[in-house]
Structures are given as structure tokens and as C-alpha cells.
Write a protein that binds this ligand. Structure first.
Ligand SMILES: [Fe+2]
Length: 274
């Protein structure tokens, strides 16, 4: 298992370098939208480590084709040059009836399926690569349809899932979706996210994917139970942190992840062959 850390903003570059130098991480996940105007050759020098590409604001389901064409040209150049471990994007709504939303919103997994399927096909062709689409930290009951939606989308388009472990825990706590419902997805996935979450400020309190604190016991328990399934050849686990950069906490969580997956490698190695 390769362990990585997300890089979103310039301020955290020294932290990312320290995590690479100490061997706590093996690669860096770039929120690639923020770097589209950086010359590709400069990007290639970057951290001197493998990278993953996380696309945040393509809005590929609802954006107009001309804007996406232009973004795809820049992304393809970076994909060709940097050869990322994976390219990921989000299935979400960014607008509602012409108004831009403050937070991205979850789709309706049943009624929106056909539209999303067509757009995923189209966006993958434009980028010239397979996309890994992240599962949403569901709030509403409709989130219970997410695992089936992702399985169907994989079957119809070949798109993978960037499986966010703690988003699945958020969905479990908010709308009761059992963690076991993701087993088929975990089995087929190679690229994962994990982060801390918190309760919303306003009541009724929802569990919100805040990326600002340590991993919860619930998330660590989920990782522990499925550690052998997460830890397959070529798999990656990105620890996401976007606020409250307490270095000792981050190091502690990364060490726990390393320990957990090192243990599962040993177990896999020791397993009797039948
Ligand atoms: Fe994530």
C-alpha cells in the first residue's frame, strides 16, 4: 500500500516535503485544478515524488462542453507528462436551477443515472484515461442508493471508484447505510481516501467531511476489518487534511496507517497456500 497526502495550497508545501523526507508518505495527491496554470515542466519537477490527480471543479456533469474541452487539453498535457497514479473526479451538483451552490450537493442516484453515465463516458474520452469517481459523504436517505449506482456505473463505463473510507463512515452515521454495502466496491478498488470528520455547527447535527482532525475510531475500525482488501498490489491511500494542520496529529495518523497496512502485508505473505 502506498500512503499519500493531499496538496491543495502553497502553504502546506513544507509540511508535504517533511512527510516525504521522513518516509511517512510515498506520493502526493494534487488538487490539480489549482495548478493548471503552472507550466507543466515546473510541475514535473514538483516534489520529486509520484503524484495522484484529484479534479475538484471540472463540474463535468453540468459544465458546458467548451469549458471542459479547454480544461481537458491542459489536463491531458499534465497526465502525459506526470503519469499520475490515478485521475479522480467528483460526482456532484454544483448548481441548482441556475444558482451556484455554496457546497457541492449529492445527486439523485436513480433519476440522474443516465445523464451521469453519458457524461462520464464523454469526460473519460476527453481526458483519454480511466476516471476514479469519489463516493459522497451522504446526508440524505438517497445516499443509500450510492453503492449500487457506483457498481452500475463501473459496469457501463469502466470508471473506477476512488473509495473514501471516511465518507462511507459519514454516510453510515447520517443515513444508516451499512459499511458492508461497499464490499463489492472495495474489492474492485485500488485507490482510497481517508480523513477526519466532525459534527455540523447547526442542528440537527450531521456528520460532515471536514478534513480538519484525526481519524475517528469508527474509521480506524473499518480500515482494520477490511485491511487485507484495501491492501492490494498498486493500491494507494491518501490521507486528506485541509485545515488545522497539527503536524504531530498528522504524523500519528500516518504512522497508524503505515502500521496497519504493513501488518496486513505480513499476514498476506504468511497466509497458507491452498
Ligand atoms: Fe475524499
Amino acid at each position: 500500500m502506498r500512503i499519500g497526502f493531499n496538496y491543495t495550497l502553497g502553504d502546506t508545501a513544507p509540511l508535504v516535503r517533511r512527510l516525504l523526507d521522513s518516509g511517512r508518505i510515498d506520493y502526493v495527491e494534487l488538487l490539480i485544478d489549482n495548478f493548471l496554470s503552472v507550466p507543466p515542466e515546473e510541475m514535473a519537477q514538483g516534489f520529486g515524488a509520484p503524484v495522484g490527480f484529484h479534479i475538484m471543479f471540472s463540474k463535468f456533469i453540468e459544465n458546458d462542453d467548451a469549458a471542459l474541452d479547454s480544461m481537458a487539453i491542459r489536463l491531458r498535457r499534465l497526465i502525459d507528462l506526470l503519469k499520475p497514479l490515478y485521475v479522480s473526479d467528483h460526482i456532484a451538483r454544483f448548481n441548482h436551477e441556475g444558482r451556484q451552490l455554496y457546497h457541492l450537493a449529492e445527486i439523485d442516484y436513480i433519476t440522474d443515472y443516465e445523464q451521469v453515465r453519458c457524461r462520464v463516458d464523454w469526460w473519460q474520452q476527453k481526458l483519454g484515461c480511466r476516471l476514479h469517481l469519489e463516493n459522497y459523504p451522504s446526508i440524505m436517505d438517497g445516499g443509500r442508493d450510492a453503492p449500487h449506482f457506483h457498481e452500475r456505473l463501473h459496469r457501463d463505463t469502466g470508471a473506477g471508484v476512488l473509495f473514501d473510507v471516511s465518507n462511507a463512515v459519514c454516510a453510515h452515521l447520517n443515513c444508516g447505510l451499512p459499511l458492508e454495502a461497499w464490499e463489492g466496491i472495495i474489492e474492485r478498488s485500488s485507490h482510497f481516501h481517508v480523513a477526519g470528520y466532525n459534527l455540523s455547527i447547526l442542528a440537527p447535527h450531521l456528520v460532515v467531511d471536514t478534513h480538519d482532525r484525526m481519524l475517528s475510531e469508527e474509521t480506524l475500525g473499518f480500515l482494520e476489518r477490511y485491511r487485507a482488501r484495501f491492501n492490494t498490489a498498486g493500491s494507494t491511500m491518501t490521507y486528506e487534511r485541509d485545515d488545522n494542520f497539527v503536524e504531530t496529529e498528522i504524523e500519528h495518523d500516518l504512522d497508524r496507517l503505515r502500521d496497519l497496512f504493513d501488518r496486513s502485508s505480513v499476514e498476506a505473505f504468511d497466509a497458507p497456500r491452498v
